[in-house]
Design a protein around this ligand. Structure first.
Ligand SMILES: [Zn+2]
Ligand SMILES: [Zn+2]
Length: 264
């Protein structure tokens, strides 16, 4: 079975499609699901260009409750939405307390979607699993800083999670922003599925610099033997180039369909 990932929204534009700061992928394997919605209706525009089967997706997986992943929910309805219960928290960035949570309230979202909230993993299909709350295991994946809750307490984004697809080649892990740590997300996917082999990883890694965390992440990926490494969205140039030098993955661009079917 082929894994198809239609990149509906990401930070880099392609020749025919616009980009925005956000992430939205249509994932097709044994089921078609929407993973995040970006921050506007751009995901719908790019889906039309790609002829992506957006109408056939009955389930949305929300990686976490930040505007750039979930504000696109305003433009769709009548689907099942799987998310962590803390995705609806009011949350802010920086000492200026810029609002970065979802632009719809929990009540508004629950009126329009069949919401399945879970801290535990949820099987989305036979081969796809919403990972639920991610235990923070790797010491080099530092605690989150710079985000705050309404009461000004630090927000370590407990709702941040991802999706794992069980392929013949091993696990393929899809992340939103990876605030919980991309290695923590992958390790949790290995733990709950019992599958140790990791074939690929795509999405935001939340790594900005070529620093110790980026180096240790690359070392861990090598130890796992990951073949396909496609960092995007919130991964910035010094980190992106380090991953490229090591793994030679393709640059993720909005309005692109990636198909994974090679056997290694
Ligand atoms: Zn985020
Ligand atoms: Zn993000």
């Amino acid at each position: 079975m082929k894994l198809k990932i239609y990149v509906l929204t990401d930070n880099t534009a392609s020749s025919s499609c616009k980009a925005e700061h956000g992430l939205s992928y249509l994932v097709e394997f044994d089921k078609k699901i929407l993973f995040d919605t970006g921050q506007s209706d751009l995901f719908q525009e790019n889906a039309r260009f790609l002829d992506a089967p957006l109408e056939e997706t009955g389930t949305i997986v929300l990686s976490h409750g930040h505007y750039d992943h979930g504000n696109g929910l305003k433009f769709i309805d009548n689907k099942t939405l799987i998310c962590h219960p803390d995705a609806f928290l009011k949350r802010y960035s920086g000492h200026q307390m810029k609002y970065v949570g979802l632009n719809q309230t929990e009540e508004q979202i629950k009126q329009r979607f069949s919401v399945r909230e879970s801290r535990e993993p949820v099987w989305v299909s036979d081969k796809m699993i919403f990972l639920g709350q991610i235990p923070r295991r790797f010491g080099f994946e530092k605690n989150i800083t710079g985000f705050y809750l309404e009461n000004k307490q630090p927000d370590d984004i407990p709702d941040d999670t991802g999706l794992a697809v069980i392929m013949q080649q091993g696990l393929f892990v899809i992340s939103g922003c990876a605030h919980s740590g991309i290695c923590n997300i992958i390790e949790h996917a290995r733990d709950i599925t019992g599958i140790q082999k990791v074939y690929g990883v795509i999405g935001g890694f939340h790594l900005k610099q070529y620093n110790q965390q980026t180096i240790e992440t690359i070392n861990q990926f090598k130890e796992w033997g990951i073949k396909v490494v496609m960092p995007s969205h919130c991964t910035e140039l010094p980190a992106l180039s380090a991953f490229y030098n090591e793994f030679k993955g393709e640059q993720v661009k909005a309005g692109t369909l990636y198909t994974f079917d090679k056997l290694f």
